[in-house]
Design a protein around this ligand. Structure first.
Ligand code: ZN
Length: 166
């Protein structure tokens, strides 16, 4: 999502927001830039398909991983400083055939964006959970064994699903 520079974007502007323009402390800006670098490192490891491929993918695709938790914390800090709802983009690559029925991995609720692409601020994403401040897309890779096996990363845990089906 962010090849270089700022990891913060605005769906309004369809553009990145430079980190120096965010009303954050010097320390928070510094942490954010370091986090973005770390995210890109994970992305490179995953793309490189070495021994740590799945571990790196999990860090990016599981909202409870250390990398994602830190990213979500940055979102909270930005939201507090700007007063603008700030969502964390959850990466998704491996998926299932019924991908569009995926539930929010944090709360287990439905989070599919109904509006057609390009019609609203959030319609560039297939998924958005307001309370969890999470957006995501339908997986890019669907249909083979590996996709099915790794699709569980980024899906709600069974206990979450059970709680909500009551
Ligand atoms: Zn949620």
């Amino acid at each position: 999502m962010f090849k270089s520079g700022s990891p913060v974007g605005s769906p309004d502007l369809r553009n990145v927001v430079p980190v120096y323009q965010l009303p954050l402390s010097h320390q928070d800006r510094d942490y954010l830039v370091r986090w973005a670098r770390q995210y890109r490192d994970h992305d490179s490891i995953w793309v490189g398909s070495g021994k740590l491929e799945v571990a790196a993918y999990r860090e990016m695709a599981d909202p409870t991983s250390q990398l994602s938790c830190q990213g979500r914390e940055h979102c909270q800090i930005i939201e507090k400083a700007t007063g603008i709802p700030t969502y964390y983009y959850l990466f998704r690559y491996y998926g299932r055939l019924k991908e569009k029925w995926r539930l929010c991995p944090l709360c287990g609720e439905r989070w599919r964006v109904a509006s057609p692409r390009g019609t609203t601020k959030f319609s560039q994403f297939e998924f958005r959970c307001k309370p969890c401040r999470l957006v995501s897309n339908v997986a890019c890779s669907i249909g083979n064994d590996k996709d099915e096996r790794l699709a569980i990363i980024g899906e709600p845990r069974r206990t979450v699903r059970r709680q909500n089906s009551r």
